[in-house]
Ligand binder design. Structure first.
Ligand SMILES: *[C@@H]1O[C@H](CO)[C@@H](O)[C@H](O)[C@H]1NC(C)=O
Ligand SMILES: *[C@@H]1O[C@H](CO)[C@@H](O)[C@H](O)[C@H]1NC(C)=O
Length: 316
């Protein structure tokens, strides 16, 4: 039996070496994986190192995303369903008191004058912000990309009980208060890519999507069992950091784990699978990227037995 398994795995590994994208191809291309039709219905395809604008534009489409370099405000049309009926653009001309415009920022401008508030979405991209502006209490989606925010304070998101998505891509964040995020009862998506984060704070268990790629997370950047209780987590992207281990345990709900370009050197047979139960299958986890790490995946052939697909990485 063991011989058979080895032969089988050997063939499998051989096959996937040919099929795996090279390390310098950053674009996730599902064509490489011969994705079964059912999986094409997956809600979104995530493309690394592209503007994250694409995240939502892919919802409802089945096809791998088209490379799109331009950074645009096309997302103004991506309002969630519940806001679909003629969203009101709130600007200075519709001043109805400071409640409507949000609280005043440090510059003395109301948030919704400095940023764009559209329904429950607040867009503060590229506004030269140094701090998170005070947000209207009903805010559900907050975008503040391409700013100069250095620090996330304890109360930056306090009392924002409707907040579902925070996108702080491309700021200078190096410090995040331990309690800044976990107090948010509805937070689903947290995007912190392209910052200077060394230490991940406590995370709320409602998260489905985390992207902390291109930061400075090292050996102690992620505490033990940081993702264990995130039972809804589907996408975890921590590429281009300095991690030296795979953060464990990984929740059963996880579908995609991208850890390319870190410093991971070893893996254990029980990282993904259950060494005591050979019938165990980790069905959801179909997209693991470990390329760009000094790890030899061939050393732990039994570590992938329960997975629907082999991880992408160095198998030689
Ligand atoms: C949050 O709400 C509580 C109770 O309404 C209030 O006492 C507190 O000051 C608020 N915190 C912030 C940072 O707005
Ligand atoms: C990787 O591991 C396999 C199996 O242990 C071994 O045969 C191979 O030589 C290793 N490759 C490198 C580059 O160390």
């Amino acid at each position: 039996m063991k011989t058979f398994v080895n032969i089988f795995l050997g063939f499998f590994i051989f096959e996937s070496v040919g099929a795996a994208p090279t390390a310098d191809t950053e674009t996730y291309d599902s064509e490489f994986y011969e994705v079964p039709l059912g999986e094409l219905l997956h809600p979104f395809v995530y493309v690394e190192n592209e503007q994250s604008d694409q995240l939502e534009t892919e919802i409802g489409t089945a096809l791998p995303s088209v490379t799109q370099e331009s950074y645009s405000f096309a997302l103004l049309t991506e309002e969630p369903e519940e806001e679909a009926s003629t969203p009101k653009l709130i600007d200075g001309s519709s001043a109805q008191g400071s409640d409507v415009l949000g609280l005043q920022t440090h510059d003395g401008l109301p948030t919704c004058l400095l940023c764009t508030c559209l329904g429950t979405t607040v867009y503060c991209d590229d506004r030269e912000l140094d701090v998170v502006p005070p947000l209207p209490k009903k805010t559900m989606y907050f975008y503040s990309r391409y700013n100069r925010i250095r620090k996330i304070n304890r109360n930056d998101f306090a009392n924002l009980s409707n907040l579902k998505r925070i996108d702080l891509t491309a700021n200078f964040i190096s410090e995040i208060h331990e309690d800044a995020f976990w107090i948010l009862p509805q937070l689903q998506e947290l995007v912190l890519r392209e910052n200077r984060i060394r230490q991940l704070p406590e995370l709320p268990s409602t998260l489905t999507f985390i992207d902390i790629s291109n930061n400075r997370l090292g050996r102690r950047g992620i505490r033990n069992e940081a993702f264990k209780d995130l039972h809804e987590l589907q996408h975890l992207y921590i590429t281009d950091n300095n991690l030296d281990h795979i953060p464990l345990p990984l929740p059963e709900s996880l579908q995609a784990l991208h850890l390319q370009n870190n410093n991971i050197q070893e893996m254990h047979e029980d990282t993904f699978c259950d060494t005591k139960d050979f019938n165990y299958v980790r069905r959801a986890l179909e997209d693991i990227r470990l390329d760009g790490n000094p790890i030899n995946l061939s050393k732990t052939p039994y570590a992938y037995m329960c997975l629907p697909r082999l991880p992408v990485g160095n198998l030689m």
